[in-house]
Ligand binder design. Structure first.
Ligand code: SAH
Length: 451
């Protein structure tokens, strides 16, 4: 096989990076935009020892799982929604297969994986957007970075974002362009406006608009606030974030409230949560309810238990279960999130909860947070890199009877389950929950029971 060669092949798989996978003369070929079941004509763009990559030229026979009417208007280069070309049923099936494979690879092929649970809503579910801003001949533009590049794809084509975001992004660009705001340039480190950051509380309808700027103040800020107030009354929090560092981390440390509140609120599992711009909140609210309900079922609380919520963020999982527990203690490493968790407990009248700002992977921290007693149920929800062997050993040595593991990465979940398996825990049925429809990510929840 040679570069630029035109080949025809049957596509037999779709990986979680959105590449169709097939074989040509025995060699594995990745074709972006092709899906399992297609027969395609493609142009070879890269030849490696064990695989090649080719660009889709023509679909000769269309797969039955190919979606007839893709609601997404973004160009293929966006790369965010790797499953945009296939039916949602097929996506849910692939996500279950992905989780199954992760356990198989970890040597736990016997673990059973349930069908993927979903709210069924695949459009407009994202409640958070961060749009980089760039200068063009037509004025300021904001959107998403195309995969592996810094070309901006317009915000208004995206089908998974909350529908209220694109008009606000358009307005900010228009206002900025007519008022001479400059766009930040990564190369030179000059220019003002870096990102337009939006969050919405779907249940309350409250929107936060935060402009990330390379400067200490926003010019024309009074006029801007007034214009936003009139045009977008749902924006109850208008802020700036100061980020003067030459970095691709979106947010700097300092926030300034220009008008309204410094946070928005949302309702989740019948509780009301404050969301500050720098704290973690699940991007799919309805999906989070599904996930938390699944975790709650597995926790099987009766009101007598000491419940521990590790990697608790703003405390949402633990607080949604607190009324069924005797006591809740949460551990989270980000100070601002712990403050939010305490505030969330107060504002919902939950008096049996305590939150600690510390490393959940540390044995002494766990022992201290539990107040010297053995927790009955521990929920863990670590970031993608998973938990630690030390944590698994600590929970096992304490003899914790039940652990509910919530995970956003099936590979690290499966690895961590091998530790719990060795430490004498039975691994329950794994439930994949689709919190991020159309993207390659899948959340899972599983109950580990001490044998
Ligand atoms: N359970 C929460 C948050 C999950 S995200 C929810 O559902 O909203 C994972 C969280 O783990 C983040 O808030 C992150 O700040 C926190 N975290 C990361 N490493 C940690 C550590 N070593 N100890 C405690 N918390 C940690």
């Amino acid at each position: 096989m040679k570069k630029d060669q035109i080949i025809e092949l049957d596509v037999t798989d779709l990986n979680n990076l959105g590449c169709g996978v097939g074989r040509y003369e025995g060699m594995v070929v990745f074709v972006k935009g092709a899906v399992a079941g297609d027969r395609v004509r493609a142009k070879v763009i890269k030849v490696n020892k064990s695989f090649s990559a080719a660009r889709l030229e023509e679909i000769l026979t269309s797969s039955p799982v190919r979606l007839a009417d893709d609601p997404c208007r973004a160009p293929l280069a966006c790369g965010g929604c790797v499953y945009r070309h296939i039916t949602y049923d097929e996506e849910l099936r692939l996500k279950r297969e992905y989780v199954k494979n992760a356990f198989k690879k970890a040597g736990l092929a016997d673990v059973s994986v349930l069908p993927t649970l979903s709210t069924g809503r695949i459009c407009g579910y994202r409640n958070k957007g961060q749009y980089p801003v760039t200068a063009t001949k037509q004025g300021l533009r904001a959107g998403f970075f195309a995969q592996k590049s810094h070309n901006i794809i317009p915000a208004d084509g995206c089908a998974i974002q909350n529908a209220s975001f694109a008009p606000i992004v358009g307005f900010v660009c228009e206002f900025g362009s007519t008022h001479g705001w400059s766009a930040y340039d990564e190369e030179t480190g000059k220019g003002l406006l870096r990102h337009i950051y939006l969050r919405v509380g779907e249940k309350t309808g409250e929107i936060m608009l935060c402009l990330v700027i390379n400067g200490d103040a926003l010019p024309d800020s009074k006029e801007f606030c007034e214009a936003v107030r009139i045009k977008f009354p749902a924006v109850v929090s208008l802020m700036i974030n100061v980020n003067k560092k030459n970095t691709n981390v979106v947010l700097g440390e300092r926030f300034v409230t220009l008008s309204g509140k410094s946070y928005i609120e949302d309702e989740l599992c019948s509780l009301r949560f404050k969301i500050s711009p720098d704290s973690f909140y699940q991007v799919n609210r309805d999906g989070a309810e599904l996930l938390y309900n699944a975790a709650r079922e597995r926790a099987a609380l009766t009101g007598k238990e000491v419940l521990m919520d590790l990697y608790c963020g703003t405390g949402t999982i633990g607080l949604s279960m607190a009324k069924n527990a005797k006591k809740l203690c949460g551990v989270e490493i980000v100070g601002a999130a712990v403050e939010c968790a305490r505030e969330n407990a107060r504002q919902n009248g939950i008096a049996n909860a305590e939150f600690f700002c510390d490393d959940a992977g540390d044995r002494d921290v766990i022992l201290k947070a539990a107040g010297g007693i053995r927790p009955d149920v521990v929920v863990i929800d670590p970031p993608r890199k998973g938990s630690t062997r030390a944590l698994a050993e600590t929970l096992a040595s304490l003899g914790v009877p039940r652990i509910v593991y919530v995970s956003c990465d099936a590979d690290t979940l499966a690895r961590d389950c091998t530790w719990f398996d060795e430490l004498g825990y039975e691994i329950g049925e794994v439930l994949p929950v689709d919190m991020f429809p159309r993207t390659g990510h899948v959340e899972s929840v599983v109950c580990l029971t001490r044998k």
